[in-house]
Design a protein around this ligand. Structure first.
Ligand code: F6R
Length: 233
């Protein structure tokens, strides 16, 4: 795992956006794996700015989101469909029919493969070490599936809802195996709250199902991108 530390999350996000923009510039048919949550928002802003500045078209790009709540209407403001439209898709020239979200009525892993596999997968990390919604206990060979959210995830995500009761208890998530099949993985971690989990990840040497992000040590091309707050005490 390669580690990159930036003074601010803005600079870190700009670096992550450059990785994506360069990829799309060199291959119009790039397949991206995308995350939601607070962490990638600035990266998406930077992608929007740079796509305008350098006139980069996303018309042939395909995207696969990591996860979506189960069950939620895609027009609900808390859905990850809505999040992606608001924060990225409506602001670049991507075709919505080329944007995919996991659901139970399709074989997502096969669908990803049929489109050539994910070139770059963006990840955040949960305070409990989840990637996607692969909560502690997830196995290394897990594929896209329905997963019960950890109580700590429900509590963390309640900041986006009126109350904790409103947070869906389940999600459909890419599995750990699905994520590891990506050609390159970029994990973003910003802010003091992520300090502990970032250092736990950096000190990891082997897979431990109680700490799902540990699976990343098995992948040959992972970049961990931190701001100073998440890395320095
Ligand atoms: C979101 C996702 C989650 C988040 C994680 C961190 O699609 O897969 O794993 O990346 O919960 O969330 P934030 O960025 O809100 O701290």
């Amino acid at each position: 795992m390669k580690l990159k530390i930036f003074d601010t999350k803005e600079l870190a996000s700009e670096y992550a956006a450059d990785l994506i923009i360069d990829k799309v510039k060199n291959n119009k048919n790039t397949v991206l794996g995308l995350a939601t949550g607070s962490t990638p928002i600035q990266t998406y802003k930077s992608i929007i700015e740079k796509s305008k500045l350098y006139d980069i078209s996303f018309a042939k790009v395909k995207t696969f989101n990591l996860d979506e709540y189960h069950v939620i209407d895609k027009y609900n403001e808390q859905s990850y469909h809505y999040f992606m439209k608001e924060n990225l898709f409506s602001k670049i020239d991507i075709k919505l029919e080329n944007t995919y979200f996991p659901s139970l009525d399709q074989n997502y892993d096969e669908l990803i493969e049929s489109k050539g596999g994910i070139d770059i997968q963006i990840l955040g990390i949960g305070l409990n070490g989840h990637i996607g919604f692969n909560e502690p206990g997830s196995s290394l060979d897990s594929k896209t599936r329905k997963e019960k959210l950890d109580q700590s995830t429900i509590t963390a995500n309640s900041r986006f809802f009126n109350s904790e009761n409103e947070v869906p208890k389940f999600a459909i998530t890419m599995g750990i195996d699905t994520i590891l099949k990506s050609k390159k993985i970029v994990l973003l971690a910003f802010g003091k709250a992520k300090y502990k989990v970032v250092h736990k990840l950096l000190n990891t040497t082997k897979f431990d199902s109680n700490f799902p992000a540990s699976a990343l040590v098995l992948h040959p091309d992972v970049e961990i991108i931190c701001d100073k707050e998440s890395y320095e005490k």
